[in-house]
Design a protein around this ligand. Structure first.
Ligand SMILES: [Zn+2]
Ligand SMILES: [Zn+2]
Length: 500
């Protein structure tokens, strides 16, 4: 028995060292303290606290002393309706939100009013007084969305991810132990993503947040794979992904009803998230209901990204450049000088599928330049647009593009103001398979095509005459198929009036 306690104590210490990661950096909203003596031995103590209105996530961090004297205080919590979970001595902190909670606790609404910490005392020696402390945070809407990092941040760099994945929480299926197709656990998708070397993923089940609890459970295990809360808002008039938001959002868009695309986008932005239109050029109708983009009253200025390469659509006639890809929709948005980022998403519906074809996890991969591997940094990187799409999901690929007019250099995702007399140079860094070619493009027209054959830095002049100046780059395999696709630098007149 003593050995069991020793092992438990070691486990608790090890976990506590890491578990603090889900605790906000700022000061707690409330701190409760108290003492436990032998009078509490094998008893339960209820410690009331009052949750303020507007709280959508609760975070509690608990600590106590006299552990060397074998003191043990176990932790649980109850709301107005009863117990909401118990973690014994195995977790130093926990969080409960509407869609997810630390394992051991039940997700759900955080009702304002009286809650109680439940302290259980399996052991305290006679004559010992142990002091405990509970720090409590009451998180409101936007703060509640910013997950504390549980993944090792590796600083600024290129990060690779899949932004469109389905699991058992919507229509994702995979073979069961006996070979039946069954709703596929989120874990299978995450395992495949990790095997493929991805740095981040967004599980985007249709219209529901129920995957969030599984993601909360999985994140400490996947400590090299950032799990960004996501959802595919699926309407009769089009599909769009939201990233960085775990709060439930009403998806029931009707042409004149109270729920609209614009209102959802505003809500997502208020919560710090992003909005991306999915597979906009797919036809709608009985083969794929609501799949094409025909959103009533949608304001495209509220769109942060467009899924230019969808894994499912890439398998259709024309592939990633065909009429069913999102490319034309994206170029049209750019031509109106809307800064909108081209991204890819596999739209995978079978997390166990390992065949390296379009639509499997990480095919395509979206590669983002970000300040770090945190939710905040990846979302900021996607918004900024220094991003390329790797259609085949090759770990070492690279395609960066900058355009300079001699005075200023603009990264992908930005607008370069340039006089008509300026000499424009495109600077590209490319890594691809042997025999690959790089096409420097203006909109849909090839400006120059050069052999890459592995890796190269390439500088090429841009002829501005008679071209729509949406400068972008595409890398093709020896068979001519697109393998990498850059974001664009949009060239505008020095006075901003020279629209491309
Ligand atoms: Zn869809
Ligand atoms: Zn989908």
């Amino acid at each position: 028995m003593r050995l069991t306690w020793l092992i438990l104590a070691l486990l608790v210490t090890g976990w506590a060292a890491q578990a603090g990661a889900q605790v906000p950096v700022r000061q707690p909203d409330q701190q409760l303290t108290g003492t436990i003596t032998r009078a509490d031995y094998q008893r339960y103590r209820a410690v009331p606290f009052s949750v303020p209105r507007g709280t959508v996530r609760l975070v509690v961090a608990f600590d106590y002393d006299q552990r060397a004297q074998k003191t043990v205080i176990d932790l649980g919590v109850e709301d107005q309706h009863g117990l909401r979970g118990s973690s014994g001595g195995n977790k130093a902190d926990f969080t409960i939100g509407e869609s997810d909670a630390t394992p051991s606790y039940l997700p759900g609404r955080i009702e304002p009013g009286r809650w109680r910490l439940v302290l259980a005392v399996p052991n305290i020696r006679p004559g010992i007084t142990a002091r405990w402390t509970a720090r409590i945070w009451y998180l409101r809407a936007a703060e509640a969305e910013l997950a504390a990092p549980l993944v090792a941040d590796r600083g600024s760099g290129w990060y690779r991810g899949d932004l469109h994945l389905h699991s058992a929480h919507s229509d994702g299926t995979c073979p069961s132990q006996s070979g039946k197709r069954v709703p596929c656990p989120v874990f299978k998708t995450l395992e495949t993503a990790a095997e493929r070397g991805l740095d981040f993923v967004a599980i985007t089940d249709h219209n529901t947040t129920s995957a969030q609890a599984a993601i909360r459970e999985a994140q400490p295990y996947f400590d090299r794979l950032l799990l960004i809360p996501g959802r595919e808002i699926t309407t009769f008039f089009g599909h769009f992904n939201i990233f960085g938001v775990s709060a439930p959002i009403d998806y029931r868009v009707t042409p004149n009803g109270p729920v609209s695309f614009n209102a959802i986008a505003d809500r997502v932005h208020a919560l710090g998230g992003l909005v991306s239109i999915n597979h906009p050029a797919l036809p709608s109708g009985e083969p794929c209901m609501g799949c094409g983009w025909a959103m009533p009253g949608a304001d495209l200025a509220r769109v942060d990204a467009i899924e230019v390469v969808n894994g499912g659509a890439a398998l259709l006639p024309g592939g990633v450049e065909g009429p069913l890809s999102g490319r034309a929709f994206w170029l049209k948005a750019l031509s109106a000088q809307r800064p909108v980022t081209a991204i890819g998403g596999s739209d995978n519906h079978d997390g166990a599928q390992t065949a390296p074809i379009a639509g499997s996890v990480g095919r395509p991969t979206t590669v983002v330049w970000a300040d770090g591997l945190t939710q905040r940094a990846i979302l900021a990187g996607l918004r900024a647009g220094r991003v390329f799409i790797d259609i085949g999901g090759m770990a070492e690929s690279m395609l960066d593009l900058r355009v300079s007019n001699g005075r200023t250099t603009a990264e992908m995702g930005s607008i370069l103001r340039a006089a008509t007399s300026d000499q424009l140079i495109a600077h590209m860094t490319v890594q691809a398979m042997p025999g690959a070619r790089l096409d420097l493009m203006a909109g849909d027209a090839v400006i120059t095509s050069v052999a890459i054959d592995g890796a190269r830095d390439v500088d090429l002049p841009i002829d501005r005459q008679d071209r729509p100046l949406i400068v972008r780059a595409v890398v093709r395999a020896p068979d001519g198929k697109v393998i990498l696709m850059s974001n664009a630098v949009t060239i505008s007149g020095a006075n901003g009036s020279d629209r491309p």
